[in-house]
Design a protein around this ligand. Structure first.
Ligand SMILES: [Mn+2]
Length: 429
């Protein structure tokens, strides 16, 4: 039982020295490319620095790292030296570090012979070890962990963890795949029940790169996600969890951002835009907004054009977006400083439709639009619509509130748009 509060930070999947190879050939001026590449390659290290700073500023009692600390099993010397420096700063602040290695940094890989500061404990491969954390000579927590002896661990490592009754607060550090998550390789597979059975207070997990709290208490089961995004499929803020354990043992989590380059998507509508110039300014505004929303970090942005408008047809021309992309890159990314790199522009637009002239046409869509207009105007059709929806009111009244008045108008209009998307063929006019 914890009789005094304490705190720790839980991070995982640092993937130090990730190479970001996909960006080596991007099409822009050399100095600009160098600026982007340098920031990407430094990203995992800067995130590590941010992690260390967070530990020191919050005066945590310890740090746990739940695997994939390095990107490659054959650890680069640069990664090992940067990590050793980071640990030395934590040692100077009196903060112990517990490391469990995972599939990316399993024990078979190359490791330089370096002198690690003695605040660091690296869990042994293939067996669960326990280490106490003390403050003022008194144990405040016990940290358990296991490292991967090789990449392909198919055993259920979670079931090897057993809490000692004497542990005041028990943290289990493990790189694993819970519940057969098919987005990730099935290493050290286990179920949430396996984790709950071990008697621990907090499962500090690694492996899943999107942060995910599987269980909020009894025990906490948490993936903090990776410390720094590594590509277009890892959008949004990345970081670690600060865990404050109250007297009595209740854990409170707060997420701390550590990433320095971020991937993001921005949608821009072509509705109401008549010229390429207007589109360019809308995209420019979209990127500026994205940059503000992400705290002025460097960003790799995927732009998505959506909506219906006269530009749709013009944008179909091969290469129509190339010039736009080039201009936006020039505006937002330079040879130094933060960048917003528009990686691509995706077209999800639809042709503009003159609904009014279509409404009078003798086509299926024309009839449909006419019916929708009638339904909006009230009268017999609206009554019929109300009748058709009425049975829902009886059986599902608790779950659904039937739309009325303006809400019903909006719904009819949305249905109209959907019908247009499905039935409209520009060339068939
Ligand atoms: Mn990983």
């Amino acid at each position: 039982m914890v009789d005094t509060g304490f705190s720790f930070i839980h991070a995982a999947d640092l993937h130090l020295d990730s190479p970001f190879r996909g960006y080596a050939g991007i099409d822009c001026e050399e100095e600009t490319r160098e600026n982007i590449l340098r920031q990407l390659r430094d990203g995992t290290f800067l995130a590590l620095d941010n992690l260390v700073r967070a530990c020191i500023q919050n005066q945590v009692d310890f740090l746990v790292l739940a695997g994939d600390v390095y990107d490659q099993a054959d650890r680069s010397l640069r990664a090992q030296l940067r990590l050793r420096d980071a640990f030395a700063r934590l040692a100077a602040a009196g903060i112990p570090v517990f490391v469990a290695h995972g599939n990316h940094d399993h024990s078979e890989g190359f490791q330089a012979a370096l002198a690690w500061p003695d605040n660091v404990h690296i869990f042994a491969p293939g067996e669960v070890e326990a280490r106490p954390v003390t403050r003022g000579g008194k144990e405040i927590a016990r940290v358990y962990g296991i490292s991967y002896p090789r990449r392909d661990v198919s055993q259920n490592y979670a079931s090897m963890f057993r809490r000692d009754l004497s542990a005041p607060f028990a943290v289990a550090v493990l790189h694993c795949n819970v519940g057969g998550n098919s987005e990730h390789a099935d290493y050290a597979p286990c179920s949430l029940e396996d984790l709950a059975a071990g008697g621990f207070d907090y499962w500090a997990l690694g492996h899943v790169h999107r942060r995910l709290t599987l269980k909020e208490h009894g025990p906490c089961v948490v993936y903090p996600g990776n410390l720094q995004g590594r590509g277009p499929h890892e959008t949004g803020a990345r970081g670690c969890y600060l865990v404050r354990v109250k007297p009595g043992g209740l854990a409170e989590l707060s997420f701390l951002e550590t990433d320095t380059v971020r991937w993001a998507t921005q949608r821009v509508s072509i509705q109401g835009l008549g010229t390429e110039q207007e589109l360019l300014e809308s995209l420019d505004a979209g990127l500026a907004e994205l940059s503000r929303a992400h705290g002025q970090r460097s960003l790799v942005a995927r732009l998505e054009l959506a909506g219906r408008g006269p530009l749709h047809r013009r944008l179909q021309r091969p290469g129509a977006l190339d010039g736009l992309l080039e201009e936006l890159r020039r505006r937002f990314t330079g040879p130094s400083g933060r960048f917003v790199w528009p990686e691509s522009i995706r077209l999800r637009t639809a042709p503009e439709v003159d609904k009014e002239s279509l409404r009078g046409s003798r086509t299926l869509l024309g009839d449909l639009l006419e019916i929708a207009r009638e339904a909006r105007c009230g009268g017999r059709l609206r009554d019929q619509l109300a009748e058709a929806l009425a049975p829902l009111q009886g059986r599902a009244a608790r779950f659904i509130q039937l739309p009325q008045g303006k809400d019903l108008d909006e719904l009819i209009e949305a249905a109209e748009e959907m019908a247009l998307d499905l039935l409209w063929e520009e060339d068939a006019r």
